[in-house]
Write a protein that binds this ligand. Structure first.
Ligand SMILES: Cc1cc2nc3c(=O)[nH]c(=O)nc-3n(C[C@H](O)[C@H](O)[C@H](O)COP(=O)(O)OP(=O)(O)OC[C@H]3O[C@@H](n4cnc5c(N)ncnc54)[C@H](O)[C@@H]3O)c2cc1C
Ligand code: SF4
Length: 407
């Protein structure tokens, strides 16, 4: 009943939140789910993974004096109903005869593919991994997004007639000129690359944070967790790694970060959460070398740093403090220090901005007819699932307009 619903403005996909909540109140759960999906085809995932404190719930007018309305949980309730009942939420559209290729089946690709299929276009999604869903399937900690939810969402979208070809990588199994010859438009939603390297001696003993999370989702019983774990990094992924280590049996988990608490990129609520899990922090600490013996990690050698002038990222740069070396004993070290920029951009000779694919307001890259969205274009600001979904939706609109204009 709020005037101008600030929550709807704060949601990057602009879901009509008052409308879907009203439908729940009148027991019209199917209608509620439809309202959500009208703006956001990945409503089930977003209900679980959105940083709601920063988005819809953060804007709730009740938040100033009381608790905000639990928008994320209500959204989840409506979407769970739709999934459990398996109700048909989409009407098949009249086929236009136009074909679009989408590369990468993460949130951006799925959203774009779904929106195009809803408009009657024939969509083929090429995904290099065995399973679709991108980071929702493999990367977001199971506590927040179980794999089954991400895969159920893919199945829901498949009902729109999208052809999903897994195990097909652009650049290996199919080339861009081949796609351009077969499809009227191409949408690139390839996300980012693997975890960046630290460049320190003994790095080969350090586990990759994304693989650590992935293994915990695929089969947690096969994930070997140390007793004394050091996690390098202080973003949301690092917090997820620390959570997994703690929940799966580590006695001591220490997060090592080369800047201070103030520069941490993790959300404030995530930081509060991990402190309550009993995880320790070593700020202003730079890893220097891994100490290993007979193939087993023994410790992480570090040094203290102080913060100097701002670097290219706009944050104060860590400067080594002389004679400050110290050793953090550890039997497992995990790094979660961000992902590489999308390598495909240079391989396809696309224009880039700070290493990310550059796009126009219409989400078109420097190659006409080739569009992009999601993490691979996010040159500024924090990347999130809901923003990738919105990119996919807006790009689909641009592609649709182009296809309609070209008859
Ligand atoms: C550990 C972790 C936790 C996160 N937690 C959250 C969270 O809680 N909430 C939130 O909102 N956001 C979270 N994020 C961010 C969110 O997951 C991303 O912003 C979102 O997944 C981006 O979607 P995308 O489709 O652009 O990319 P991705 O999800 O990365 O999907 C890209 C897809 O493209 C495929 N691909 C890549 N190259 C090719 C190729 N050449 N050919 C074919 N396929 C290819 C990949 O295999 C992948 O499936 C998290 C990120 C990480 C790393
Ligand atoms: S999609 Fe995310 S931000 Fe938007 S209303 Fe749902 S939970 Fe909130």
């Amino acid at each position: 009943m709020c005037y101008d619903a600030p929550c709807t403005h704060a949601c990057p996909t602009h879901i009509d939140i008052p409308k879907f909540i009203k439908k729940i109140a009148t027991s019209n759960l199917r209608g509620s789910a439809r309202t959500i999906l009208d703006s956001n085809l990945l409503g089930a995932t977003c209900a679980r993974v959105c940083p709601v404190q920063e988005l819809c719930e953060g804007a709730c007018v009740l938040g100033a004096e009381h608790k905000p309305i639990s928008i994320g949980r209500l959204q989840r309730y409506a979407m769970d109903f739709a999934f459990e009942k398996g109700t048909d939420l989409f009407q098949p559209a009249m086929a236009t005869g136009k074909k679009v290729a989408v590369i990468g089946a993460g949130p951006a690709g799925l959203s774009c593919a779904g929106e195009l299929a809803r408009r009657g276009h024939g969509v083929t999604l090429f995904e290099k991994r065995d399973l679709a869903g991108g980071l929702s399937t493999y990367g977001i900690i199971g506590l927040r997004e179980p794999m089954e939810i991400a895969l159920a969402e893919v199945n829901l979208l498949k009902k729109l007639g999208i052809k999903v070809e897994t195990g097909k990588e652009l650049g290996t199994n199919v080339t861009l000129p081949e796609l351009q010859a077969d499809f009227a438009a191409v949408f690139l939603s390839v996300g980012l690359g693997s975890t960046t390297t630290l460049g320190i001696p003994g790095e080969e003993y350090i586990l990759d944070g994304l693989e650590y999370i992935e293994q915990s989702k695929l089969d947690a019983s096969k994930l070997v967790v140390g007793r004394n774990v050091v996690v390098i990094g202080a973003g949301n992924t690092a917090i997820d790694c620390a959570t997994i280590a703690r929940r799966l049996g580590a006695n001591l988990v220490t997060m090592v970060y080369r800047r201070s608490e103030k520069e941490m990129t993790a959300y404030a609520h995530e930081y509060d959460f991990i402190k309550r899990e009993g995880v320790r922090f070593s700020f202003l600490t730079q890893p220097v070398r891994v100490e290993a013996e007979n193939g087993s990690v023994k410790a992480l050698e570090c040094r203290r740093v102080s913060l100097g002038s701002r670097d290219a990222s706009g944050r104060p740069s860590p400067q080594p403090v002389p004679a400050s070396a110290f050793v953090l004993p550890a039997d497992q070290i995990v790094k979660a220090i961000g992902q590489e920029k999308p390598s495909l951009a240079s391989r396809l000779k696309l224009k880039t901005e700070r290493g990310f694919i550059e796009v126009s307001r219409e989400f078109e890259t420097s190659l006409p007819g080739v569009y992009a969205g999601g993490d691979c274009i996010r040159a500024r600001g924090a990347a999130s699932t809901v923003m990738a979904v919105q990119d996919g939706k807006l790009a689909a609109r641009s592609i649709h307009e182009r296809l309609v204009a070209h008859g």
